[in-house]
Write a protein that binds this ligand. Structure first.
Ligand code: AHG
Ligand code: MN
Ligand code: MN
Length: 327
């Protein structure tokens, strides 16, 4: 079976990009090991600190962030990192060609219950010219040179694109190597599965309310088919299901907290997942435009997310064209 780095070398990926991906896989193996140790590693539970997003950090969020940050900043090919768990970008003393944005531990409420969690990463080229500081990172998702996630479930898997096919590598725990287990993900165009946090229903806007109401009517409604629902409370796990067998995932605008109408972050969650989904034949939108076209104005910006099987995403977007964008 092919290992991760030789697979990338075989399709002429540059050595500098391979080296950045190698650094991420080293961090991922360590995170995977610690997660699998569970309570034995003494890492469960919350710290008292709150991160920039105003959510209580789990200890493993801190550990995963520290590992990725330290290893990436030591890489000669990385110029700077941006993390969901850091207030600002961190610039490396090295003058590498790449910028890496990451969500070190996604779905962190699953840690305590031994549920699936993940790491999401996005690799951008450092822009030439004047750009410096945070503005270097403010590139649309379509500019990513690579994106991927690692899902720590019953198996640890890395799903990766360097702009071509979406490949899946499974961590062989006995030899400590990610091995190629799926050459090319292909998301079916249609689906009967959707993923949304239904408990927010009363806070949704008109477009999503009407779309979900029609799905719930099943065979008796306008969609004339029965839908099933799944929600992992970890975007990585929900997206992994969609990469594997199709489906629709959405975390839409809602009015629970007017200061925070969206939950997911554009740079650490939406953009890398959108690249993977599109490269696997699916679609990804905020309801009004392609997620990969959105130019971030802030590294911690949040956004509405609809992604998955192409026909279903198009259907969902149709409901958005009927209703004005909520402010
Ligand atoms: P994070 O743990 O990085 O903060 O992300 C959690 C995100 C995402 O992974 C998931 O889809 C969603 O939040 C879960 O939200 P609910 O709490 O509404 O289930
Ligand atoms: Mn997350
Ligand atoms: Mn996180």
């Amino acid at each position: 079976m092919k290992r991760l780095l030789p697979t990338l070398r075989a399709d002429q990926t540059s050595e500098s990009l391979i080296s950045v991906i190698n650094t991420i896989q080293i961090a991922a193996k360590e995170i995977s090991f610690r997660l699998h140790q569970g309570a034995l590693a003494g890492v469960l539970g919350s710290t008292l600190d709150e991160n920039i997003q105003g959510e209580t950090q789990k200890k493993l969020d801190v550990v995963a962030n520290q590992l990725l940050k330290t290893l990436l900043l030591e890489s000669p090919n990385v110029h700077a990192i941006a993390s969901e768990e850091e207030d600002s970008i961190v610039v490396s003393p090295n003058s590498g060609d790449y910028l890496v944005a990451f969500d070190p531990l996604d779905g962190s409420s699953n840690i305590d219950i031994n549920g699936a969690v993940g790491t999401i990463f996005s690799i951008l080229r450092k822009p030439g010219g004047e750009a410096s500081g945070e503005s270097m990172f403010l590139q649309p998702g379509k500019a990513q040179v690579a994106a991927g996630y690692v899902v720590y479930g019953p198996a640890t898997m890395m799903v990766l694109t360097t702009g071509k096919d979406v490949r899946t590598f499974t961590l062989d725990q006995t030899v400590g190597e990610f091995l190629l287990t799926r050459e090319k993900a292909e998301i079916p165009d249609s689906t009967k599965e959707f993923a949304i946090n239904m408990s927010n229903q009363r806070h949704w806007g008109k477009a999503i309310s009407e779309y979900i109401a029609d799905l719930l009517q099943g065979e008796d409604g306008p969609r004339k088919k029965n839908f099933n629902m799944r929600w992992n409370a970890a975007m990585v796990a929900d997206v992994h299901r969609i990469i594997t067998r199709g489906g629709l995932f959405t975390y839409p605008w809602d009015k629970r907290n007017s200061a925070k109408p969206f939950k997911l972050r554009l740079m650490y969650e939406a953009a890398p997942m959108a690249l993977l989904i599109e490269k696997a034949g699916g679609k990804a939108s905020d309801g009004y435009q392609r997620l990969l076209d959105i130019v971030p104005t802030d590294i911690h910006q949040r956004v509405g997310v609809i992604l998955g099987s192409a026909e279903e995403v198009e259907k969902c977007v149709d409901y958005h064209t009927k209703h004005p964008k909520p402010d």
